[in-house]
Ligand binder design. Sequence first.
Ligand SMILES: [Fe+2]
Length: 190
Amino acid sequence: MLEGISEKQIAVHLALYEGYVKHANLIIEKIAALKASDADGNAYIIAELRRRFGFEFDGMRMHEYYFSQFEGDPAPRTAGDALEKAVLQKYGDQSLEAHIREVAGTRGIGWVVVYADPSAGTLHTTFVADHELGQLAGLPIILALDLWEHAYMVDYVPADKKIYIDAFFANLNWSVVEKRFDEATKISAV
Ligand SMILES: [Fe+2]
């Protein structure tokens, strides 16, 4: 049970997630079938399906990052941890939540995504259009905020997007985000 995000909203959103899983698999199957029947004759269709794969696959994977952030109880940021040091270095006095809210003001359909950048010892917060346009190659995702209208329109009108963002943070289990950051940093240290 989430605060400010209804069960119906989550059910509708999870059904959309299932659609991405289905279509990611469908593209793989369709490419195989088209290749088997007439690889040369279907080359253009196959190429277009390949272009489409990033949308479906990232649509699936981004929702897995999103929903798993609500698992467990909502938890506040841990003071003085490694993530805080990285945030302080990158954003100064602005908290990570405040910075995410700033980026969330970007016009368009997509996501605010926070990445760890272990090799540079920093993090990046960016806006990803659709599910795949603007992803930062190879960087581990530590937080994903869905800003598609389907994420909140069961509960709120678009003009009230800010209330949805408030609800997102009210339900966010920051320990999930911190764990992702710590794991990403640990991997780079090996
Ligand atoms: Fe979504």
